[in-house]
Design a protein around this ligand. Structure first.
Ligand code: DGL
Length: 291
């Protein structure tokens, strides 16, 4: 017979936290690319996803509005009992991360720092590019993060906003997508960069096209994968570890995914599965903030 295990209060807190879900928010459904990376890397973790489809896009809005929206999105996740909030939206991470860190009661992870780190590791020549929405490029957060890590890099930052509707439309390889990619990426080719950071939730879907237009010598850095690596490190480090069910237990009991959207647009299921890489399952509509 095995002895009943007596836990001290501290480890009970740690266990409680470890079983709590991770919260992920985005301006819409694109942030499911980050969820895809998390589910691959941390299959034992349960995830609550909130996509602000009613107020999308964020990438064209002012920093002030994005900050307000991001805080409301994150507070919704905190109210669901998450142990960590991940701002999957690059536009929100670029302008609102410091405010989120200051105002939330749980740790926060954005996509900027992990992406910048991976970009610095990927480049040989020190000539790199960042592509993203207008809000992300205007904020300059990627450039600041890259420079903090490596002062000697040359950075080309380019807003490529049309990639967002192209990805949502599923136009990933056709003539229109190709023309947009050639027009947007020509300056990057001319600058002879050797690594580009896909600084938007939607861009991993366009990676094959972007890679083809930039040519074989350019490495594509996907922030969504790097964010999962950073989340793993963060959960392992904080409060003596908040990672759900390690090793054997983790394999036996996969984490769940609960999705909430602020508007159930007619084609959210099709688009959502494309970003997530698997069927979306049940999705609930929820209102956050005052609009
Ligand atoms: N999720 C946004 C981002 O990563 C793209 C879509 C939008 O503009 O809201 O910046």
């Amino acid at each position: 017979m095995t002895e009943p295990q007596i836990q001290n209060p501290q480890s009970q807190i740690a266990n409680h936290k470890s079983r709590s879900p991770i919260g992920v928010f985005d301006s819409g459904i694109g942030g499911l690319t980050v969820v895809r990376g998390l589910r691959r890397r941390l299959p034992g973790e349960s995830i609550i996803y909130f996509g602000d489809t009613a107020r999308l896009p964020y990438g064209t809005k002012s920093a002030e509005t994005i900050k307000r929206f991001a805080l409301e999105d994150a507070e919704f996740l905190v109210s669901r009992g998450v142990k960590l909030v991940i701002a999957a939206c690059h536009s929100a991470s670029s302008v609102a991360l410091a405010d989120l860190e200051r105002q939330l009661t749980v740790p926060v992870l954005g996509v900027i720092e992990p992406g910048a780190r991976a970009l610095c590791a990927a480049t040989r020549s020190g000539r790199v590019a960042v592509i993203g929405t207008g809000a992300t490029i205007r904020a300059g957060a990627y450039e600041q993060a890259i420079r903090r890590l490596r002062g000697d890099v040359e950075i080309v930052a380019k807003a490529t906003p049309l990639f967002v509707p192209l990805a949502e439309e599923g136009w990933l390889e056709n003539d229109v997508a190709e023309a947009a990619a050639r027009r947007y990426l020509a300056p990057l080719v001319a600058e002879r960069i050797d690594a580009v950071l896909l600084g938007c939730t939607h861009y991993p879907l366009l990676a094959p096209l972007i890679g083809r237009v930039l040519g074989p010598g350019v490495k594509l850095v996907d922030s969504s994968e790097e964010t999962a690596v950073a989340a793993e490190a963060m959960l392992g480090q904080r409060d003596g570890g908040m990672e759900a069910g390690r090793d054997e237990e983790r394999k036996a009991k996969p984490g769940t995914l609960s999705c909430y959207l602020s508007d159930l647009s007619p084609n959210f299921e099709t688009i959502g599965s494309r970003f997530l890489g698997e069927p979306l399952g049940d999705v609930l509509r929820v209102s956050v903030g005052k609009g």
